[in-house]
Design a protein around this ligand. Sequence first.
Ligand code: 5GP
Length: 127
Amino acid sequence: MAYDYDDSNIFARILRGEIPNNTVAETEHTLAFRDIRPLAPSHVLVIPKGKYVTMDDFAENASAEEIVDFMRTVAKITRDEGLSTGEGGNGFRAISNAGNDGVQEVPHFHLHILGGRVIGPMIQLRD
Ligand code: 5GP
């Protein structure tokens, strides 16, 4: 069964320039911008420009070039935000929610980069 991409999702609209965003990095294949409702002092969303619904869709179907470009952008963000432990930073958490059980709000693959404070326990399940 294929992944069903919805062209009307909010990140597709950001990529089409229909909605403004606070861009922190942009490459040929990747866009990174600040989350509109930040959950930490540094909260950046990294998204591929291609139409991928979830992380596993991206991992399975994106080209090697897109995947490398995405991951290098993640490295740039952690460095630029002062989070990289390789550059004297205190670290960060990267989260990707997928589908119903992952409680994904926007159905365009994105990685949350959260840092600038201790992020807390890994997860808190709620019923
Ligand atoms: P998800 O729950 O899908 O992993 O997270 C979606 C994230 O997108 C949320 O953290 C939410 O605050 C963020 N978001 C939703 N709409 C917008 C928007 O229009 N602009 C920006 N920058 N972030 C958004």
